[in-house]
Design a binder for this molecule. Structure first.
Ligand code: 13P
Length: 240
């Protein structure tokens, strides 16, 4: 079964490094879908230098156009020929105060410009310690998706990224991953009548990728740190 292997580069890599890595990834023969999320400013160069992998932006504006200094619209992203956009990453929620109201607008903007979406959700450590994770993730997903036209659900992939596992080296256990993925698949089926694909993200690396990718209800991975080097990302792609 082909999986989705996505790399979120965050605010890393020079133009030259990005170009070299993208070209190398583009040459990999794989049945899996590979998606790379480089910084905005490299999008054009990355889409022009690749044909086999998909390229996406790490964020988009909640508005179509206008006086929003520093923002980049979904319309502009679509013009770079990027085909995906990441929305709701926990770093955007934490450092840039993104809330559901603006995430709904961003999802609508992305869909209006025919972009595919990877929508991220996940609980923090305190919420998990209190046993609130299932309610938190359900709310994060449903509060946004219930506002979206069901005709567009097939353009949306979900990504479960427990905040305590991001960049910490502490990966969630397969039991924890399976429990949340199964829960969200069931909740979406019941409330939205759609089964979404769900990626796992959070300290995914070559040593744990096979196990994560073989976990029930895991449709792929969203990789941060380990996507910045060819060798580690290549190993993850070949882990299944
Ligand atoms: P790490 O793989 O570095 O933990 O990052 C995960 C992530 O945030 C991907 O979006």
């Amino acid at each position: 079964m082909p999986k989705i292997i996505a790399g979120n580069w965050k605010m890393n890599l020079s133009l030259e490094e990005s170009h070299t890595l993208c070209k190398a990834l583009d040459a990999i023969k794989s049945t899996h879908e590979i998606i790379i999320f480089p910084p905005f400013v490299w999008l054009n160069q990355m889409t022009n230098s690749t044909k086999n992998i998909a390229i996406g932006a790490q964020n988009c504006a909640a508005f179509d156009n206008g006086a929003y200094t520093g923002e980049v619209s979904a319309k502009m992203i679509a013009q770079t020929k990027a085909s995906y956009v990441l929305i709701g990453h926990s770093e955007r929620r934490k450092y840039f105060n993104e809330k559901n109201a603006s995430l709904i607008l961003k999802v609508k903007q992305a869909l209006a410009h025919n972009l595919n979406i990877v929508f991220c959700f996940g609980e923090d450590l305190e919420q998990r310690k209190k046993g609130e994770e299932k309610n938190i993730v359900k709310e994060q997903v449903l509060d946004v998706l219930k506002d979206i036209d069901p005709q567009n659900y097939n353009k949306i992939i979900l990504a479960y990224e427990p905040i305590w596992a991001i960049g910490t080296g502490q990966t969630a256990t397969v039991e924890q991953i399976e429990a949340i993925h199964t829960h969200i698949k069931n909740v979406c089926k019941e409330d939205l009548n759609h089964v979404f694909k769900i990626l796992y993200g959070g300290s995914c690396k070559p040593s744990n990728a096979t196990q994560i990718l073989s976990t029930k209800n895991v449709d792929g991975v969203l990789v941060g740190g380990a996507s910045l080097q060819y060798d580690s990302f290549h190993s993850i792609i070949h882990a299944v």
